[in-house]
Ligand binder design. Sequence first.
Ligand code: AMP
Length: 214
Amino acid sequence: MRLILFGPPGAGKGTQAARLVESFQIPQISTGDILRESKAAKTPMGMEAARYMDAGKLVPDDVVVGIVEERIKKPDAEKGYILDGFPRTVPQAEALEAMLEKNGTPIDKVPSLEVPEDILVGRLSGRRSCPSCKAAFHVEFAAPTQEGICDKCSSSLVHRDDDLPDAVRERLRTFEDQTAPVKEFYEARGKLVRVDGVGDVNDVFERLSKAVKS
Ligand code: AMP
């Protein structure tokens, strides 16, 4: 099963992708996670990408397309994968389509998590993330047991640079301008399935699973 989990920043893609991983036993491929790891490791690509990421802007298409092309070749992606945060522009979607067509391994479905903008802003600005195990918390709605410490692996939680208010607004603007057209791209190919992303995490997952299996 090859999926693209689609939705704006803060829609819950990371949380829901982790559950899909367990349920379908296929890896999650998050370009955001890969870029953050490169940034933390201070690789040349990571340092270059950080300039865009910290400003809430998109990293150039050729960089992320290269990352995905490499990643989906790995053996654990043979049976399928969940793309999270990619593609984010129509040229990325076109590059992915060409790449997969060549191998005869097209995307099966594109579930889209639908969440209104005011809810997204509240979720993102209160988010605290674990840089080690990627668990996500929220200062108000899902606070960790001990403030600033990950419940799962005890690492110190971080307020991501791009979850700061100005960057959040810029990311949502970028999403509307550049990423919303990707939805039309997959709708035109009959692959898009809309999923209500508001409410309890378990309820959203139930709706998502049904949509994926439909
Ligand atoms: P995310 O964790 O998916 O919200 O990604 C964090 C940041 O990484 C984004 O705001 C972008 O700067 C960058 N990024 C992640 N995926 C992509 C992509 N497919 N295209 C361009 N930039 C990306």
